[in-house]
Design a binder for this molecule. Structure first.
Ligand code: MEV
Length: 316
């Protein structure tokens, strides 16, 4: 038994298939090299959680802190309770270099890292156990979560995922050069998933057609990654973006950043994750190209950074 532990989990991007994955289609996800680190210290009798965006204290069912903080922290608290077998107080300190609320999986990474840090006070947990508990917590944030974000954050690398078949690792040794741009528009994943669900209910047949197209893109993308065909991969990202625009989850600033990326050498670009603003990803042919794309986006007034695939996932 330890009195202190520290665990970290990476951000994620969805390369292909977001939203359609909620209805059973495949998606391709990658963990990227930005992390959330949670330090847990046994102390006192309550559960205190402090991050850069929220802070508060849970005692039984009561919470002291702001309403906004409670909304962010309660799922984390529930996930801690689900793995805590003794009555003890814990102070959690969350440090993050993942931009929050723009589709890079910061809430999933927080759930993964806080569950892991709690478990590590007692014994080294299996990654799958941590992942399952984190998915339960994510479902308190948005109940239709596919679970994909927690999985990729736990296991790292590049994954092909569908609800019915689960995850399979995509073998790719070659580097994938990605630029991540921030539209500055925060979104609610739950609200966007709801809006797509309403669209689907209005036109089931039309949506089924889009599902077919998205499935086809995803399967071609898997082959393009495995054969390191980056120009094909870029084209497929552009096709995927057209589908996302059709289901109403793009945004005019995202469209602008996609345009800047493509005009400055990107092989393909799209929103990633829930959309409605959030983050845009652009694919570059090499490091020099990715640096030029990032600079062009910054010159247009938005923040952007280069990212590499994280192969580690959760670090215990
Ligand atoms: C959010 O990062 C991805 C969505 O497909 C929702 C989900 O898979 O849970 C929009």
């Amino acid at each position: 038994m330890k009195s202190q532990s520290s665990c970290s989990a990476p951000a994620k991007i969805i390369l292909f298939g977001e939203h359609f994955v909620v209805y059973g289609n495949p998606a391709i996800l990658a963990a990227v090299d930005r992390r959330i680190t949670v330090t847990a210290k046994k102390t006192g009798s309550s559960i205190r959680i402090k991050s850069e965006i929220a802070e508060g204290e849970f005692s039984g069912d009561s919470f002291s802190g702001s309403k906004e903080s409670e909304q962010i922290l309660r799922p984390l608290y529930v996930s801690v309770q689900s793995v805590l077998s003794e009555k003890t107080g814990i102070e959690f300190d969350i440090k993050s270099d993942i931009p929050h609320g723009i589709g890079l999986g910061s809430s999933a990474a927080s759930c993964v890292a806080i569950v892991a840090a709690t478990c590590m006070l007692y014994a080294r947990p299996e990654k799958q156990f941590v992942c399952d508990k984190a998915i339960d917590a994510e479902r308190l944030i948005h109940k239709n979560s596919s679970g994909a974000d927690c999985y990729i954050s736990t296991f790292g690398g590049l994954m092909y995922y569908s609800k019915s078949e689960g995850f399979s690792r995509i073998k790719s040794d070659s580097e994938i050069h990605i630029v991540i741009a921030d539209t500055g528009i925060k979104h609610s994943t739950g609200d966007l998933v709801q809006s797509v669900s309403r669209l689907k209910q209005k036109d089931e047949a039309g949506f089924a057609g889009l599902m077919d197209e998205a499935r086809n893109i995803c399967s071609k993308a898997r082959s393009a990654i495995e054969s390191a065909n980056v120009s094909e991969l870029g084209k497929l990202m552009n096709e995927n973006q057209k589908l996302l625009a059709r289901i109403g989850v793009s945004h005019k600033i995202a469209d602008r950043l996609i345009d800047v990326s493509l005009k400055n050498g990107a092989l393909g670009a799209k929103i990633t994750g829930a959309g409605g603003g959030g983050a845009v990803i652009a694919l570059a042919s090499d490091r020099r190209a990715s640096s030029e794309i990032a600079v062009a986006i910054q010159k247009s007034g938005y923040s952007a950074f280069e990212a590499a695939i994280d192969r580690n996932g959760l670090v215990l």
